[in-house]
Design a protein around this ligand. Sequence first.
Ligand code: PBG
Length: 331
Amino acid sequence: MSFPTVRLRRLRYNPLVRHLVQDTILSPKQFILPLFVRSGKNVRQPINSMPGNFQLSIDELINEAKKCVSLGIGGIMLFGIPDVKDAVGSDAMSDTGIIAQAVRAVKDALGDKILVITDVCFCEYTNHGHCGVLSKHRGSDILDVDNDATLENLVKQSLVHVRAGADMVAPSGMIDGMIGAMRTGLDSGGFSHIPIMSYAVKYASAFYGPFREAAESAPQFGDRRSYQMDFTASASQAVREAALDLQEGADMLMVKPALAYLDIVRLIKERFEGVPLAVYNVSGEFSMVKAAAERGWIDEQRTMLESLTAMKRAGADIILTYWAKEAARLL
Ligand code: PBG
């Protein structure tokens, strides 16, 4: 059958018909808002590169978390900015470090009203800005993230997070074996019930630019290409990364960034049917729209909803987005 018997415009000729055939529906319950926490009181330090986002002191973080609860947002993802950074990122492994204090305070204030996920990585905590401890490969003078030494620290860091009350941990460093090491560490520490959301497929991306100002986590030398993925590599590498993480015990997978990688989102969703899949709508994707909207070149709300819907349609179940509150208000 073809035109004129078939007229697809009949499915969209008025809003009521369009609503009836809507299939990709966003829900605030599946949004996660990333938040940045630092020391102090009454601090709402604007992040210039990400309008509407702030580095928050713990009291202000609690206020943000309350807003998320009232908007029905699924959870928050916490990033800590310590007062003191060092070569190994000690603050991240301390039960009195910034993130431990923050998680404890949010949980004391809100309990089970809010899902608290923590980003497990070292780039915000090290003075060199890399995602783990550094060493030189044998026979080389170039410093690189030492994979296996970093694993031990990731276990310590995740135990700090869950002891403080984190409901879920999300390792983002692209360190080989990180899921297995953390799963074993959490299980033997009595936290076998805590899920791991793995940043399984994370590309070395220019779209993280604005975040590095937010988290003060820019690498002080070099880049992250020896651990984060190369976007020119075969898409099947993404499948291998995801498969390994699942084997090691990941409960949920993530693809990051989102918009330039929707092919990968679709691929991972199809290959690993039934595994909850998150995407991270990263800082650059957010700030580009903000910047264009500030100039009157684009409609922020419509672009936001179109982008988030595309992520969902591609296969994302969960969306980490700086737009969580705005989008929740509109839905
Ligand atoms: C690493 C981490 C980064 C982001 C989330 N976790 C930065 C990086 O890998 O360089 C970026 C998120 C964003 O751009 O919004 N801890």
